[in-house]
Design a protein around this ligand. Structure first.
Ligand code: NAD
Ligand code: DAU
Length: 333
């Protein structure tokens, strides 16, 4: 198999490439990534000499380049996106461009080059927000996105389904909950809080800290994507979740305690506008149809993730200082 991975220099995409090459060493992986602020080739340093791995610096909105890149590929796994909710509130245009128009471009290239198998990576945020006793999201939950980020992801999901119904493109979609693990950009809750605490800075908890997310280790997510590629039904959507609903303040206190810090480091700050109160995923379809369920317990996964940041200080320091981007600017322009 030859796989084209978009967004492979980001958090989940780079973990996916590691996972795939470890478990399918005979396959070839092409990483197509624009190296935005969130793309970092340091995440893939250990495999850059692997003859079965190739990197193309490119924007998914670049029609010609995408059309060339997909030639001869057996499957596309589409991770590339603008992903941070707070950034989407400050500047929505980049989200619409990459997430909607970029996805459209990927779909067109897949269709025009022999109807390439297309797996689209999406999020549980497209379903909106749950009340405390609402049932968890599943594949039949109506879409109700509430941030520019989730609205743009919802738009991309609709387009992917439209290409299946209209053009017969062999697609699948996964809607996953909050990932955590190595190489996560330190603007998101867990890596931001871990690295702030190591730097001796306070951690900013939005509002009352009682917003609930369902946390999944990135390896469990990527194993789910692998199973969908292997056994998923064409045209179908699969919800993937971690079975680990936690309020933000509970996670914050766990991180503070793991690093041996005091709770005076917790600072309650102004809430995120339109902050979704709760997400939860019912993954019974993936369990029954694919035999998938998350395997990594949240307490173990969180501890190993915190330790990864402790042991990989040069990685996140270069990300936080912006050093890694200066290097790419010199190398790729
Ligand atoms: P990330 O922000 O860490 O990485 C995104 C990657 O996409 C970066 O490498 C970036 O350079 C690349 N990219 C952005 N715009 C591009 C463009 N125009 N052309 C080519 N490459 C571009 O993101 P992530 O957290 O790894 O998320 C990956 C995917 O998973 C996204 O589609 C996201 O919506 C989805 N998702 C994320 C989570 C989560 O918790 N992080 C949960 C569910 C779904
Ligand atoms: O649910 C899946 C989504 O999870 C993905 O689609 C997104 O790409 C990913 O960014 C993530 O979105 P969230 O908004 O849930 O993640 P974030 O890490 O930004 O925030 C997690 C929770 O922590 C959320 O309730 C907001 C809160 N938070 C976040 C930050 C950065 C804080 O309280 N303080 C902070 O500084």
């Amino acid at each position: 198999m030859k796989l084209l991975i978009t967004g492979g220099a980001g958090f989940i995409g780079s973990n996916f490439i590691h996972y795939w090459l470890q478990n399918h060493p005979e396959d070839t992986v092409v990483n197509f990534d624009a190296l935005t602020y969130a793309g970092n080739l340091e995440n893939l340093k250990d495999i850059e000499g692997n003859p079965n791995y190739q990197f193309i610096k490119g924007d998914i909105c670049d029609k010609e380049l995408v059309n060339e890149a997909v030639k001869g590929v057996d499957a596309i796994v589409h991770f590339a996106a603008e992903t941070h909710v707070d950034r989407s509130i400050m500047d929505s245009a980049a989200f619409l461009r990459t997430n909607v128009l970029g996805t459209l471009n990927m779909l067109e290239a897949a269709r025009n080059n022999g109807n390439i198998r297309f797996h689209h990576i999406s999020t549980d945020e497209v379903f909106g927000a749950l009340g405390p006793s609402d049932p968890a999201f599943n594949e039949r939950t109506p879409y109700d996105p509430r941030s520019p980020y989730s609205a743009s992801k919802a738009g991309s999901d609709h387009l992917v389904r439209a290409y299946f119904h209209t053009h017969g493109l062999p697609i699948t979609i996964s809607n996953c909950s909050n990932n955590y693990g190595p190489y996560m950009f330190p603007e998101k809750l867990i890596p931001l809080f871990v690295t702030n605490l190591i730097e001796g800075k306070p951690v900013p908890v939005y509002g009352d800290g009682m917003q609930v997310r369902d946390w999944i280790h990135v390896t469990d997510h990527n194993r789910g994507v692998e199973m969908i590629l292997q056994k998923g039904k064409i045209g179908e959507t699969y919800c993937l979740g971690g079975n680990a609903e936690k309020p933000n303040i509970e996670i914050t206190k766990l991180i503070v305690a793991h690093l041996g810090k005091g709770e005076e480091m917790i600072e309650y700050v102004t809430d995120r506008p339109g902050h979704d109160r709760r997400y939860a995923i019912d993954f019974s379809k993936a369990k029954h149809e694919l035999g998938w369920e998350p395997q990594i317990k949240f307490a173990d996964g969180l501890a190993s993730t915190i330790d990864w940041y402790v042991n990989n200080e040069p990685w996140w320091r270069s990300v936080k200082s912006g050093e890694y981007q200066e290097y790419y600017q010199k190398q790729y322009g």
